[in-house]
Design a protein around this ligand. Structure first.
Ligand SMILES: [Fe+2]
Ligand SMILES: [Fe+2]
Length: 273
């Protein structure tokens, strides 16, 4: 959904720097050792496209940080076990690191693009809480982690498998590891929440998962409408072109749908996730 002109603001992120950056960097120590000098200097037209889509992905990662912070809050509110809640509370940090990685690639490929967004619509679009904390947690975990992160993790895994440049291998490898953990955390949250859901709530959470999968299908359709030149070695969509990306998206959706079906039948336990 395009941002409304009245509320749109440029998407740009600052670093505070100094001691703050030093403390942050200690929490993701490997990133600064990566070969950032590998960033390509592509032809101008290609650089603009790369910059555009890496910036777009930075915004998606930033939005994921907000959504997953909300999942962590809901886990606390629902009284989820401490180890499970602590695990999930790490996820927003990962997403902010991913945001940094995307911004660094975008900047390296030619600098900022004027991407506008509606902060409230993108970052405040979270499910209102009800008087059923476990169900609220289950809805959020299903949509944000099990489905959204599940589909994303399959895409970034494919990017990582195909990455040739050492820097790309580091970036996609970090994301693939983290997104898979986020999706797994979602299913573990649902496994815990299941005991607190009645049949009606379970059916509603399943429906939330199916709607989230429809959104993932919509996102894949949007990529299908892009021109072929968005695919390249450094592209967030990979270099395989439309048929390859569409097959990858379908496989990701099928994998998540199969898991969702099993959860809906009560046939998914900790050993499976
Ligand atoms: Fe991410
Ligand atoms: Fe993630």
């Amino acid at each position: 959904m395009p941002p409304s002109p009245a509320t749109a603001e440029p998407f740009s992120l600052d670093l505070h720097g100094g001691a703050v950056f030093g403390l942050y960097a200690q929490e993701r120590p490997d990133v600064d050792t990566w070969p950032w000098g590998d960033l390509p200097a592509p032809p101008q037209a290609e650089a603009l496209a790369l910059c555009r889509w890496w910036t777009d992905m930075a915004l998606q990662e930033y939005a994921a940080a907000a959504a997953q912070a909300e999942v962590a809050r809901l886990a606390l509110r629902a009284g989820a076990p401490l180890d499970l809640t602590a695990l999930v509370s790490l996820f927003p940090f990962d997403e902010l690191v991913h945001t940094e990685l995307c911004v660094r690639v975008a900047n390296g490929c030619g600098g900022a693009v004027d991407l506008r967004f509606d902060r409230e619509a993108v970052l405040g679009r979270l499910r209102a809480t009800t008087d059923a904390p476990a169900a609220d947690l289950a809805h959020a975990a299903m949509a944000q982690l099990c489905v959204a992160e599940g589909v994303t993790s399959e895409h970034v895994r494919a990017r990582h498998a195909a990455a040739g440049a050492p820097l790309l291998r580091e970036i996609w490898g970090r994301m693939a590891r983290d997104e898979a953990r986020h999706a797994r955390g979602g299913w573990l949250l649902l496994e815990w929440a299941s005991a607190h859901l009645d049949d009606e709530e379970r059916a509603a959470v399943t429906a939330t998962g199916r709607r989230a999968l429809d959104m993932a299908r919509g996102a894949a359709s949007a990529v299908a409408a892009l021109s072929e030149d968005v695919f390249s070695t450094w592209s967030v969509f990979g270099s395989g072109g439309h048929p390859s990306y569409a097959a990858e998206a379908r496989a990701a959706q099928r994998a998540v749908a199969a898991r969702l079906d099993r959860w809906a039948r009560g046939d998914l336990d900790q050993g499976d996730v």
